[in-house]
Ligand binder design. Sequence first.
Ligand code: FE
Length: 336
Amino acid sequence: MAFELPPLPYPKAALDPHVSAKTLELHHGKHHAAYVKTLNKLIKNTEFERMRLEEIIQASSESAAHRKVFNNAGQHWNHSFFWKCMRPSGGGKPEGALAEMVERDLGGLDRFRESFIAAGMDRFGSGWAWLVVEAGKLAVISTPNGEPPMVSGRHALLACDVWEHAYYLDYQNRREEFLAAFVDHLANWEFAAERLELQGEGSYTAARAYDEAVGRHVRSGRSDEAALAARRAFEGPEGDALRRAEAEGRRHSRGEDRRAAAAAAAGSRVEGEGSYSAARHARSGKQGSEAAAAKSAVEGSKGAEHRRAEAEDRTRSKGEVSGARSQGPGARKPRS
Ligand code: FE
């Protein structure tokens, strides 16, 4: 569904003389209306079309390709917010919890006034001055162009538009006078107090950041459930096997099993060579003292041992010994 220009919460002439009807007519009826119209055009038939305004702002905030969407969505949000930050016969002072926080975090209302005006004045070019909640404390900040504070995880309480279109008809180049008029005669502290109460529910950025962090955690396989299951397995009956496998892995990486296998192979090679040639001679059926000696060796008391050595030689030449080694050093029986 397309976004709509929200009506002003007061008649156009209600803020006069601090903001004239003519300024509001243009600012609300032309500038804000243009942001809404452009936003609707930009998001039509895109992934943004079904999102809430805050979702569009967050989703488009980090992509240069979506800069136009971000600018227009941000300005629609900022202006909708800004109209509520002013009221006829505004200004005055905050009450209750908000008043306490202004005192505690900003050093009092006079200091707030100074820093709010300074934030608006120091914003070079176009942008906004804000009173926000940041990490549980009030802060005065400014943002450039159409950027709302939610993008940096802050919760907005009050805003003043310092784009020239906000004040030029009434103040020309005197931005500071406009900012002073906003604080002294227009600021809607009741609205700011309502926003303060909403900060938990309204902290869309925080909720989104949490969801994303949980998503990353689960995708990485480190969810609490997975971690718990792994721990149970390690401490339970499977743990011994896991620890043995782990120990073997360590030995393998240190090369200990390779050295053990090499030592064993060196021994068997000496033993095996003689038996192998003896067996070959015996099978050839050659007569003679050498063959007879070999035959008696194979068939005699040492025959079984020789055959084992021969079998092992064949096994090694086929590479089977590396498979046997992977079962651990205990898999090979020492020979006498
Ligand atoms: Fe504006």
